[in-house]
Write a protein that binds this ligand. Structure first.
Ligand code: UDP
Length: 337
């Protein structure tokens, strides 16, 4: 009873593979290493280098390893890139999911966990946002994920598959032991930018908008620690194994921190008073995104361990220091090997 994890060498995928391997689960990874790192896949976990949409490869892996469940992370995640090159996103996300589902159906895989995103909501009418909120993505990225959700729903209904689609809010932090973390070159996420500033890799952090009608004028986000998110995938798998029905669940903590509070947390835990510059609003930004977590809390046996902004900042910083000072060269080598 092996679990196939696509994109298991990437940021969230590798934390999930690590959590599963540590729990004694039999796991195999398919990853094309376009943004992932082979060094992130734990020893003893087979890694097949290739596309999650390569049906021959995936069917071979499913048969050879008796795969009964798929956790599907592989995909592209940069919103502005999706605006510039929408077809790349519909290929890498929507079409890849279609091919993967086709292989899963052919091989009788009965459980599927899908990486979705709060970007499917677009600009929400209410926060915290419940799963029943209208889905109005603002980018091809959001649409590519929403289209995948719709396919998954239809395939599950037609073919007796059960699935959990997890809609991630703002994923941040790193493995508490700093074994793995976010290593994508050019990542634009706030916590990543702030820890780069704290480690002297950039001169300042821009705050995109300080005139929002929020308590301190900056945007508010529901940051979730990547290791808690990894455990949410394990909980989703247990739920399906116990006979749970298909579900779409928000994955956040249900509380928000402002951009300024987040930057302050990084300054505090690092002890480095890097420069912060107030800048104009970033086009397309949503003011406040917070998950309504009622459904995930009632359906999954999932208790977050790191629901604390300073803890998230501390782990992100420890990883960034390690990445910057020790491992960057190795990772690049591993990525191009
Ligand atoms: N942000 C910022 N400066 C940065 C990066 C991000 O002020 O250098 C803000 C951004 O405008 C948004 C919030 O931080 O309000 C979260 O942005 P991020 O790109 O991390 O995630 P998003 O919520 O856009 O997916």
């Amino acid at each position: 009873m092996t679990v196939l994890v696509t994109g298991g060498a990437g940021y969230i995928g590798s934390h999930t593979v690590l959590a599963m391997a540590e729990a004694g689960e039999s796991v195999v990874v398919v990853d094309n290493l376009s943004t992932g790192f082979s060094a992130f896949v734990p020893e003893g976990v087979p890694l097949f280098i290739g596309d999650a949409g390569d049906e021959n490869l995936v069917e071979g892996v499913i048969s050879a390893h008796d795969v009964k469940s798929i956790v599907h992370f592989a995909g592209s995640v940069v919103v502005p890139d999706s605006m510039r090159d929408p077809l790349a996103y519909y290929r890498n996300n929507t079409m890849t999911t279609r091919s993967l589902l086709n292989a899963a159906v052919k091989c009788g895989v009965s459980r599927f966990i899908f990486s979705s995103t709060a970007a499917v909501y677009g600009n929400p009418d209410q926060v915290p946002v419940p799963e029943s909120a209208p889905t109005r993505p603002l980018s091809p990225y959001g649409f590519s994920k929403l289209m995948s959700e719709i396919m998954l729903h239809d395939v599950a209904t037609a073919h007796g598959m059960n699935y959990v689609a997890l809609r991630y809010f703002n994923v941040a932090g790193a493995d508490p032991k700093a074994r793995i973390g976010l290593a994508t070159v050019g990542a634009t996420h706030l916590l990543k930018i702030a820890v780069e500033a704290a480690t002297g890799q950039r001169a300042k952090v821009d705050v995109f908008g300080t005139d929002y009608p929020t308590p301190d004028g900056s945007c508010i986000r529901d940051f979730i620690h990547v290791s808690d998110l990894a455990q949410a995938h394990r909980a989703a798998l247990s739920y399906l194994r116990d006979g749970g029905q298909s579900a779409t669940l928000n994955c956040g903590y249900g509380r928000g921190y402002s951009v300024l509070e987040t930057i302050e947390a990084v300054r505090r835990v690092s002890g480095r008073n890097f420069a912060v510059q107030y800048a104009p609003r970033r086009p397309g930004d949503i003011m406040t995104m917070i998950a309504d977590t009622t459904r995930i809390k009632s359906m999954l046996d999932w208790t977050p361990q790191y629901d604390n902004l300073e803890t998230i900042a501390k782990h992100a910083l420890a990883w960034e220091e390690k990445l910057f000072h020790e491992r960057h060269g190795d990772l690049q080598q591993a990525a191009s090997a």
